[in-house]
Design a protein around this ligand. Sequence first.
Ligand SMILES: Cc1cc2nc3c(=O)[nH]c(=O)nc-3n(C[C@H](O)[C@H](O)[C@H](O)COP(=O)(O)OP(=O)(O)OC[C@H]3O[C@@H](n4cnc5c(N)ncnc54)[C@H](O)[C@@H]3O)c2cc1C
Length: 440
Amino acid sequence: MGGIVIIGNGIAGTTVARHVRKQSDRPVTMISSESRHFYSRPALMYVYMGHMKLDHLKPYEDWFWRKNDIELVFDYVRRIDPEEKRLFLANSPPIAYDKLVIATGSKSNYFGWPGQHLAGVQGLYNLQDLELMERNTRDIRSGVIVGGGLIGVEMAEMLRTRHIDVTFLVREDRYWGNILRSEEGAFIGRHLKQHHVDLRLETELKEILGDASGRVRAVVTHRGEEIPCQFVGLTAGVSPNLDLVRDSTIDTGRGVRVNTFLETSAPDIYACGDCAEICEREGERGRVEPLWYTGKMQAETLAKTLCGHRTAYDRGVWFNSAKFFDIEYQTYGMVSPEPQDHEDTLYWESPSGGQCFRLVYHKDSGVVTGMNSFGIRYRHRTFERWMKRGATVEEVLTNLDEANFDPEFFKRFEQSIVDAYNKTAARPVRLRRKKLLGLF
Ligand SMILES: Cc1cc2nc3c(=O)[nH]c(=O)nc-3n(C[C@H](O)[C@H](O)[C@H](O)COP(=O)(O)OP(=O)(O)OC[C@H]3O[C@@H](n4cnc5c(N)ncnc54)[C@H](O)[C@@H]3O)c2cc1C
């Protein structure tokens, strides 16, 4: 059998390579132009903040790849020739493939704002952006961040660790308004303010102004306000990186269009991770899942297909986690940003404002369909199990203590959450206390 060639050495490409190697001894080549070795993209911020060194972001030693007979090529793929099954690279001879995996990730969005290419204006996606940010923020006093999503809040934290004043422009009426409900959005908004981030809601960027040397000196909002700054972080989301395939015969929409087997429209070419748009039915708009863990799951599935066991991707119960400064966030199932008619919801916030929790459940059956938690850690496996088998709100609340995963001696909030539910519930719930193990 011929070789499997993977374009991209992010979590998706790397996971395909590792899992193919676990199941077969077919030649595997991984090509990337960003870095010689795979590293953890979500941990980039910790390098800037001085918590980690770049080397710490690599989960595998550099010898791992050779030992596992995975060839690494540090180069940029310019063109795919699906007819001849060959790739053309910027600096190396063409590479032939038997099966090709496109795992080219995402790119930061630039929406054509005037001044977006001035010096000191940038997004944050890759190692080169991190190096640029290091240079762009040296000895500056203030920065403006545009776009209220996860990368924006990371950038805000990064700048604040260096005591740089941050103004955060968010178009919506709350932070992360296309994902979070109004209470959670307001909760995080307050948290950002506690960290001295000047959060400006319902505020859009109109243009970025430069000085005589071509460096940013201010931004102008849609209301005409001029905010002086020496740095602008553009974090208005990411989009699938289609640079390589846009002009090819491979079908694209928002991403590289694939079916549930992660097969593209071209024979023996597959796509997974951030760049893939998964289409359940032909011709329909598919979904893009720009997340670390879904990229990994897609890649594990694809490796099975590449090794002869054609397998459909099933992402299971939706899950995501993140961190907003010091508040950890987990979500399971579906908590839509606006309430739905068929749902009821329990929302609880701790008196100190450091934690909040939401359950969404079906009005009639009581079956839990979504959960958000901020500042309290719950066990992934427990919530996944509950959601999979359609546990009711009463069952979840009765056993909530059991699911808590906070370290020992952390304050517990489950009784307070249950009390909040019982205030209006037709049938009160009694919290089952977690059994204490150990010396008692
Ligand atoms: C700052 C930041 C924080 C994040 N935090 C989280 C988080 O907390 N949780 C979470 O779930 N997700 C997070 N994400 C998203 C997560 O990192 C991505 O979903 C994931 O890295 C995508 O993996 P991937 O393998 O699909 O693509 P990528 O990691 O983007 O890898 C693709 C690689 O392909 C290379 N490439 C592209 N085109 C070519 C070409 N033509 N030739 C050669 N090489 C090419 C690219 O340079 C890149 O190195 C974060 C992302 C960023 C930027």
